[in-house]
Design a binder for this molecule. Structure first.
Ligand code: ZN
Length: 106
């Protein structure tokens, strides 16, 4: 979707601080972080809302959580008890990122 900021980052049209990417997911640091570590985990396929998820998306959502867990460990927020994974509402589109955020070392 051309008007989607997150798809723009995935496609390389918008600069993003990418920390993970694979065949189905791209993760990058939030430019306006709400926590010391705030990473957006975005399926490559534009999914405008959780209500668009279908049965065949179960594996994709599992991958989102697996990547979030790895990124939490890699960024020192896994053991803090403050790491979060939640659907994230975007500002310029009904968005498809999830975020992993927290404060390292707490
Ligand atoms: Zn998108």
């Amino acid at each position: 979707m051309s008007s989607c900021l997150f798809c723009g980052i995935i496609e390389g049209k918008v600069k993003g601080n990418i920390v993970h990417q694979d065949g189905s997911i791209v993760a990058f640091k939030d430019v306006n972080p709400k926590a010391p570590v705030h990473i957006l985990i975005v399926p490559r396929r534009h999914i405008a809302s959780l209500l668009e998820l279908e049965q065949e998306d179960r594996e994709l959502i599992g991958e989102v959580f697996t990547v979030a867990s790895k990124l939490a460990r890699d960024n020192g927020i896994a053991k803090s008890g403050r790491g979060q994974l939640r659907p994230e509402c975007g500002t310029k589109c009904l968005s498809h990122p999830f975020s992993s955020s927290g404060r390292p070392g707490i």
